[in-house]
Design a protein around this ligand. Structure first.
Ligand code: PRP
Ligand code: GUN
Length: 189
């Protein structure tokens, strides 16, 4: 279980974004090509480790979308996308997202007070994205039953949990050391 995911992650090219060492992997970038078995394994692990008594899956553009799609097809639970585009629809909530290499606004639409959700994204690294999104969803009165970041890079999980009080499930913990991906643990170890 997770063998192909671990192997491909270890083979990730590393590119520099300023000082930031950015790994490139199908789960987090859509390149190199995604092997369907990696997605299947991720969905299986999420199903086994989540409360699926929820109203919807909520993912973050762009690289949460294929994960939410795969999970939705497998569970029959609908999903919505927190977009990078502003729509100006009634109730839209803007969220300022700052990562290790970028900053921009995200926009939450069609997630309602009192709804139970599973939040999913591909990576947690500095924690900037999850902290901003979780705080906004909590302020909106949304019940986050599970928050999942498939790949945990560095200390992102702890940072998010300390800052939001919301527990974050991650499937693979890794870091980039001396220009290479080092896998530290997986959820099934
Ligand atoms: O923990 P953080 O440091 O905040 O990093 C995590 C975020 O970075 C990536 O998003 P990015 O903004 O690169 O967008 P993408 O999904 O469109 O690639 C990733 O999808 C997370 O949303
Ligand atoms: N693909 C990818 N996404 C990220 N999101 C935050 N950090 C990273 C990274 O190093 N690689």
């Amino acid at each position: 279980m997770l063998e192909e995911f671990k192997k491909t992650l270890q083979e990730s090219p590393i590119v520099k974004k300023g000082e930031y060492s950015y790994f490139v992997h199908p789960v987090s970038d859509g390149i190199p090509e995604m092997k369907p078995e990696i997605l299947r394994e991720i969905v299986e692990v999420i199903k086994n480790n989540s409360d699926l008594d929820i109203d919807k899956i909520v993912c973050i553009e762009a690289m949460g979308i294929h994960l939410a799609t795969a999970l939705s097809l497998e569970t029959n639970i609908p999903f919505v996308v927190i977009r990078k585009r502003e729509y100006g629809l009634p109730g839209e909530v803007p969220v300022f997202q700052k990562t290790g290499y970028s900053e921009q606004n995200l926009y939450i639409n069609q997630v309602n007070k009192g709804e139970k959700i599973l939040l999913i994204d591909d990576v947690v690294s500095t924690g900037g994205t999850y902290i901003a999104v979780i705080k906004a969803l909590k302020n909106m009165g949304v019940e986050i039953k599970d928050a999942i970041a498939v790949i945990e890079k560095g200390e992102g999980k702890r940072i998010v949990e300390d800052e939001t009080g919301c527990s974050l499930t991650t499937i693979i913990k890794m870091d980039v050391i001396n220009n290479e991906v080092v896998i530290e643990s997986t959820i099934i170890d």
